[in-house]
Design a protein around this ligand. Structure first.
Ligand code: PBG
Length: 322
């Protein structure tokens, strides 16, 4: 037999040099939930290992992430119901927990990348990413609010703003607002192909941010669609996105691969809360080897074409890789 592919799998040294994909902590972003208070940590039942934490504990976690070589943190604030309104006004209050956390993190760990989510849902009394009027999410009224929110995050010190709202035209509006405010160095990581997915369930439990009525299907993409993702990609590129994200991760490897083939921008993938919950639940039952499946799923996201991966398993993966 002339062709024996197994020869290239025969020893660890041969496998290592034949490996086509590399996964390292520098590819990972840790999503984290922050709430007001001091020394407070409220576990999230469907996301074992993750909690809503106060800023002091968040800084400790991020210090660990820095020590492990993780690329950055993506912050998600837990907001009190009393300050939520239909326009998400609290999103631009400099004293909101998100902006307080950004300032504290940049003071404590100036070189660690802080990524802020741009969408109204944590601050919205309707639990939607945009403004709801007469049962409709109104695009053009929402976009300036998102732009103002991104500017507030940049002022607080965010390195990257990540619009996850899926309104039309928001990347261009946010870029213009950032530049006008003197923040031309701040990156935009666009949630470019963000699908209306059931895999976001645990995240919405963590933030108590489920839509109070209806769903997100008039703005997030239909899981049935792939060509439409290319349309979003072209628009976000032309509007000035720096990274283009596909979300969720593992169920959408084909879309990640499509992006890899059609853009020269870095591609991000978000291994979302429901994906993490599945791995954790099966691992806890002894049905799968959690550590091995985590690394395999992250390697697969890299193989499909992701440069950066947002994953709740970032700390665990970085530890396993070190
Ligand atoms: C908010 C937002 C969501 C996620 C990230 N940003 C939820 C949603 O769109 O409902 C989901 C993340 C996850 O499930 O881990 N716009």
């Amino acid at each position: 037999m002339i062709q024996r592919p197994r020869r290239n799998r025969s020893t660890p040294a041969v496998r290592a040099l034949a490996a086509e994909t590399h996964l390292g902590p520098e590819h990972l972003v840790l999503p984290a939930f922050v709430q007001p208070g001091v020394g407070v940590s409220t576990p999230i039942a469907s996301m074992p290992g993750h909690a809503r934490v106060s800023v002091d504990l968040l800084i400790e976690t991020c210090q660990r992430a820095v020590d492990l070589g993780i690329a950055g943190v993506a912050l998600f604030p837990v907001v009190d119901d009393e300050v939520k309104d239909s326009r998400g006004t609290h999103a631009v209050d400099p004293e909101n927990i998100n902006l307080v956390a950004v300032r504290a993190l940049k003071r404590a760990l100036p070189d660690f990348m802080v990524i802020c989510d741009v969408a109204l849902d944590p601050y919205s009394s309707d639990g939607h990413d945009g403004v709801l009027i007469d049962g409709r999410i109104v695009n053009d009224e929402t976009v300036p609010l998102l732009a103002a929110m991104a500017v507030a995050q940049a002022e607080a010190g965010a390195d990257v703003v990540a619009p996850s709202d899926m309104m039309d035209g928001r990347i261009g509006a946010i870029r213009a607002a950032l530049d006008t405010a003197g923040h031309s160095d701040v990156l935009i990581s666009s949630y470019c192909a963000k699908y209306a997915s059931a895999f976001y369930g645990p995240f919405r439990e963590a933030l108590d941010s489920s839509p109070r009525g209806g769903d997100k299907k008039t703005y997030q993409m239909d899981p049935a669609n792939r060509r439409e993702a290319l349309r979003e990609l072209r628009l976000d590129e032309s509007e000035g996105a720096d990274w283009v994200m596909v979300k969720p991760g593992l169920p959408y490897l084909d879309v990640i691969s499509l992006f890899r083939d059609h853009t020269s921008l870095p591609v991000a993938a978000y291994q979302v809360s429901g994906e993490y919950a599945m791995l954790k639940a099966a691992g806890a039952n002894g049905w799968i080897d959690y550590d091995a499946c985590l690394l395999e799923s992250l390697t697969s996201l890299r193989r499909a074409g992701a440069d950066v991966i947002f994953t709740y398993g970032a700390l665990e993966a970085a530890e396993l890789l070190s």
